[in-house]
Design a protein around this ligand. Structure first.
Ligand SMILES: Cc1cc2nc3c(=O)[nH]c(=O)nc-3n(C[C@H](O)[C@H](O)[C@H](O)COP(=O)(O)OP(=O)(O)OC[C@H]3O[C@@H](n4cnc5c(N)ncnc54)[C@H](O)[C@@H]3O)c2cc1C
Length: 378
């Protein structure tokens, strides 16, 4: 029996598993291994801050995938042995014919001294629930956003968070007494989307009185104070940060990438190891010499589907191969409306990016984006 193992039941892993199951007979075994027992899109974290969603009612059990004939193992992978084609968890060992590594990223706030101790981490599930309460309780003062590492997941997400919080403050009536400053180590708002889209986003931020400070690399955080590489400082009453990201430890232990980096892949998502693919946030896929494919669910999904199609054609002994198309986009939510950043990463001669104006329709499309995928995948 052919065994396909997928490490990670997130965007990339679920998209790959479904595409494989739809195209392969049941004598091919497909297994997802995930240390979590549920799937929840990260974008829901913004809705938890906004108060329109709760974690408990937004998470979907990964075990429901077994109804489709996809096995699910709820354990942490502790070792990948590419020479023996085996994967280990604390209690089990699996052999594979094909392996898809879709393990995403881990947050590494410890790389910036004082970051977790003195502020909230925007991408942390526990902290988003606390951020909401802090915003509701705040009467006046300074909110600072800080992007402290690159690349990070979903480049527009921290800006969305700032705009959502701004609209919450407007609703509560405290906006006139609370300032929002945004510090990023990048020189412009969305370096991966280019100067034009970055300027459009900057204009939106400025129209809401949110001040963007580019090229501010946070080196440490003390109580109520951000310290930057150039020696300058900024004071805050509430800090909301995006911490540096790293790949899961199994990636470094198995030699896929050097400590602190991500798995380098081309558009076919093949790694240096036989029949082992890597998709999604765990990878670094360069679109040009300088621009990498952003870490976003829509791209992890596209890569997962491309890899699944490649595996299907190999199992069927077809001579075709599939590569990642590189097209997609992210919503930029601003409260009741949303903009949409469209991206074609491999367009010739250069990637194309475009920011569609904020509109209520894009907000509805964002809600549909989540709903459709959950219905399709689980
Ligand atoms: C606030 C926020 C908003 C976002 N909004 C959007 C958006 O609007 N659109 C969009 O496209 N993207 C968005 N993203 C980005 C998107 O969530 C990620 O890019 C996407 O989840 C990446 O998919 P992935 O499959 O690579 O990894 P993930 O979805 O993170 O899945 C990785 C899985 O691997 C598992 N895993 C890791 N290590 C192990 C191990 N050792 N053993 C077993 N399992 C393991 C994890 O538990 C996890 O379930 C947003 C992100 C954030 C933080």
């Amino acid at each position: 029996m052919t065994q396909i193992l997928i490490i990670g039941g997130g965007f990339g892993g679920l998209a790959a598993a479904n595409e494989l199951r739809q195209n392969l007979p049941y004598d091919v075994k497909i297994t997802i291994i995930d240390k979590k027992d549920y799937f929840m899109m990260d974008l829901v974290k913004l809705w938890i801050i906004k108060g329109t969603r709760k974690f408990e009612t937004s998470k979907k059990p990964l075990s429901t995938i077994t109804k489709k004939g996809i096995d699910f193992v709820n354990e942490k992978v502790t070792l990948i042995d590419t020479s023996q084609k085996k994967v280990k968890t604390p209690t089990k060992e699996f052999s594979y014919d094909y392996l898809v590594l879709a393990a995403g990223v881990e947050l590494a706030p410890e790389r910036i001294p004082g970051l977790s101790e003195n502020g909230m981490i925007l991408y942390d599930l526990e902290d988003v629930q606390k951020i909401r309460q802090k915003i509701l309780d705040m009467k006046s003062g300074k909110i600072a956003f800080a992007i402290t590492g690159m690349p990070y997941k979903c480049p527009p997400a921290p800006f969305e968070a700032a705009l959502i919080i701004n609209s919450m403050l407007q609703e509560i009536g405290t906006q006139k007494n609370i300032s929002i400053d945004f510090y990023s180590l990048g020189p412009i708002t969305l370096p991966a989307a280019g100067p034009e889209v970055s300027k459009q986003l900057l204009d939106i931020l400025e129209s809401e009185n949110i001040k963007f400070h580019g090229s501010h690399k946070t080196v440490s955080v003390e109580q109520n104070t951000l310290k930057f590489e150039d020696g300058s400082i900024a004071n805050f009453d509430l800090l909301i940060s995006v911490p540096p990201h790293r790949a899961p430890q199994i990636v470094y232990d198995a030699g896929f990438a050097q400590e602190g980096t991500f798995i380098s892949v081309k558009r076919d998502c093949k790694t240096q190891f036989d029949k082992v693919y890597a998709v999604g946030d765990v990878t670094n896929m360069m679109a040009t010499e300088k621009i990498a494919v952003p870490k976003a669910g829509i791209f992890a999904e596209g890569q997962g589907i491309a890899v699944a199609q490649d595996i299907v054609s190999q199992i069927r002994n077809e001579k075709t191969s599939s590569v990642f198309a590189g097209r997609g986009g992210c919503f930029v939510e601003m409260g009741a409306t949303a903009g949409y950043v469209y991206v074609d990463m491999f367009a010739e001669p250069n990637p194309i990016t475009r920011l569609d104006k904020p509109a209520p329709e894009h907000m509805e499309e964002k809600e549909q984006f989540e709903k459709e995928r959950i219905e399709k995948w689980l």
